[in-house]
Design a protein around this ligand. Structure first.
Ligand SMILES: [Ca+2]
Length: 251
């Protein structure tokens, strides 16, 4: 975006940030989306940082279901020339979505703060602003469920820890040096019991195409002890590179 002040001058860095911040708060006009049958499917309001509200058509009770999106300016950190982490320019991140399980016909947000509100909140890490957790809770916090995300040094998502706390429901993914998923490993189905984890292995050819997808089991969260039970094999035309055959095989 190229900003100009009223006198035609270019704003300074700090002034640009102030102007962009003010502009990003400006709600753009409502955009109404229409389905093929001629009925509208939803109204969407946006500001510069993203969607602000999505409002569906009224149900049989005259209630218009609505999703409300909230954003915050967060500061990624970068390494300075003397080796310390410093705040970089702020960026907008989605931090909350509010929806109503039930609402009144006159106010799509009448549930806010009650058990009838479903609030999804997002948290980000301090350095790279990777998504680190997603919590779905009632508006009065009577119930909540949190999924957490872990990353390796390269920023690849390695562990998804689901909301269950009574069992270990973590899922794992390993990557090759090109950040392509290699093993996807499910939770241990029976804790210390003898059942292995369900696992999928992705195999790529020299052109980066996934020509083999193997399903099976693994004993380790890094894919060790992998045993194939079935696989999908893809064959590509040697001249055009197009997929010409897919085989699903039970060995
Ligand atoms: Ca868990």
């Amino acid at each position: 975006m190229s900003l100009r002040l009223a006198n035609g001058a270019k704003p300074t860095g700090a002034m640009t940030r102030m102007l962009l911040s003010a502009l990003s708060d400006q709600i753009k006009p409502n955009v109404r989306y229409w389905g093929g049958s001629g009925h509208f499917t939803k109204d969407v309001r946006r500001c510069l940082r993203g969607v602000v509200t999505e409002t569906e058509p009224a149900d049989q009770n005259g209630v218009r279901p609505q999703r409300r999106y909230y954003y915050n300016q967060l500061y990624p950190h970068v390494m300075s020339s003397n080796g310390s982490l410093i705040s970089s320019s702020p960026v907008w991140r989605l931090i909350k979505i509010s929806e109503c399980l039930s609402a009144t016909s006159s106010n799509s947000a009448s549930c806010v703060g009650t058990s009838q509100e479903r609030v999804t909140t997002f948290a980000y890490d301090d350095r790279n602003l990777y998504l680190t957790s997603e919590t779905v809770a009632a508006g009065d916090n009577s119930i909540s469920a949190t999924t957490t995300y872990s990353y390796d040094y390269a920023g690849d998502l390695t562990i998804v820890d689901g909301p269950r706390t009574d069992v270990d429901d973590r899922k794992y993914t390993t990557y090759d040096i090109f950040h392509r998923p290699v093993f996807q490993i499910g939770p241990d189905p029976d804790g210390s019991g003898s059942l292995p984890r369900l696992a999928v292995k992705h195999v790529y050819d020299g052109d980066g195409r996934e020509y083999l997808t193997q399903s099976g089991t693994a004993t380790g969260v890094d894919g060790s002890g992998f045993s194939v039970t079935s696989f999908t094999r893809r064959t590509f035309d040697a001249t055009t590179g197009l997929l010409i055959k897919t085989e699903v095989v039970q060995p």
